[in-house]
Ligand binder design. Structure first.
Ligand code: AMP
Ligand code: ZN
Ligand code: FE
Ligand code: FE
Length: 281
């Protein structure tokens, strides 16, 4: 059965597989169209498009921008963004710079906790300018301080844990505006990250819609059936597009597969046309 996957990470940010390897897995999973949505960077898209051409998979240019409203982290996916837009590219570069200011502080805290890790080692392992906590987690796994990325986040790197350091982030409204100015469609990723629920969530998403949000990632690897139903209802009420994706990362999320999430994710190819229409409209 054919399917699509609109949320995938590669070695160009904190995924552990190259774009062409992600595409090969997508082919095996009967994925007919996908979006590469690396954090704060679009350099993986051309390799993905070339691999997609070979395999007969449509590749949508994408990006995932982190933002913060003072309470929750909002990840905003940008689809069909113009990768040659110099203003957008410099905004993404600013976001990557904020990673490089935060990450050494995380390393200092890990060293303070007795772990022998350096930022040079993290950068060498990452091999990209978009260096994230999953890269730090991978180094900690390699050095046997933890046995999984989950353990690294649960014990050290996650919010409220001893090596947690926040980074400077735009607000969700700014992230949406940046994506819109780069001619992209802005979609709220994994809405479970928003700390509001019920009516408060609806008014929060309404405000984002007024700022230019185009859709909600209703289908997601870790959503329960009732969460999926709740976000579908929210999207329908607010007349927002419905999207979905696995958030595949490879080794740091070993239970998540391309196109299939934890095994029960299936994003219908029919969701793609409305997204495309919104990008062109
Ligand atoms: P950063 O972009 O550096 O703030 O790191 C956040 C990224 O870490 C998220 O986008 C996820 O991909 C990943 N992440 C967050 N929590 C976990 C976890 N428990 N296990 C593995 N990866 C995680
Ligand atoms: Zn990530
Ligand atoms: Fe995310
Ligand atoms: Fe993601």
């Amino acid at each position: 059965m054919s399917r699509i996957d609109l949320h995938l990470h590669t070695t160009h940010s904190d995924g552990s597989l190259r774009p062409s390897d992600v595409l090969a897995l997508a082919k095996q999973a009967s994925v007919t169209a996908l979006a590469i949505t690396d954090h704060d960077i679009t350099t993986g898209i051309n390799e993905a498009i070339a691999a997609g051409r070979e395999l007969g998979i449509e590749v949508i240019p994408g990006v995932e921008v982190s933002s913060f409203d003072g309470r929750s982290e909002f990840h905003i996916l940008g689809y069909y963004v113009q990768c040659e837009d110099p203003v957008f590219m410099s905004r993404l570069a600013t976001l990557r710079d904020s990673r490089h200011r935060r990450n050494p502080l995380i390393i200092e805290r890990l060293r303070g906790a007795g772990l022998d890790v350096t930022y040079d080692e993290v950068r060498a392992l990452a091999g990209t300018e978009s260096v994230g906590r999953p890269h730090i987690a991978r180094l900690m796994m390699q050095k046997k301080y933890v046995s999984s990325a989950k353990e690294a986040f649960d014990r050290y790197l996650g919010e409220g844990k001893p090596a947690y350091v926040a980074r400077e982030l735009p607000t969700p409204v700014e992230a949406i505006q940046w994506i819109r100015e780069a001619k992209g469609v802005a979609v709220l990723a994994h809405p479970t990250w928003v700390k509001d629920t019920g009516d408060a969530l609806r008014s929060c998403v309404t405000a984002l819609k007024n700022a230019g949000l185009g859709g909600v990632e209703v289908h997601y690897s870790t959503h329960s059936k009732s969460q999926t139903a709740q976000y579908l209802e929210l999207a329908r009420r607010l007349n927002l597009l419905v999207t979905g994706g696995s958030d595949f990362h490879g080794i740091t999320k070993p239970d998540i597969g391309v196109g299939c999430g934890r095994g029960d994710l299936k994003v219908n190819p029919s969701l793609l046309e409305p997204l495309k229409a919104a990008a062109n409209g």
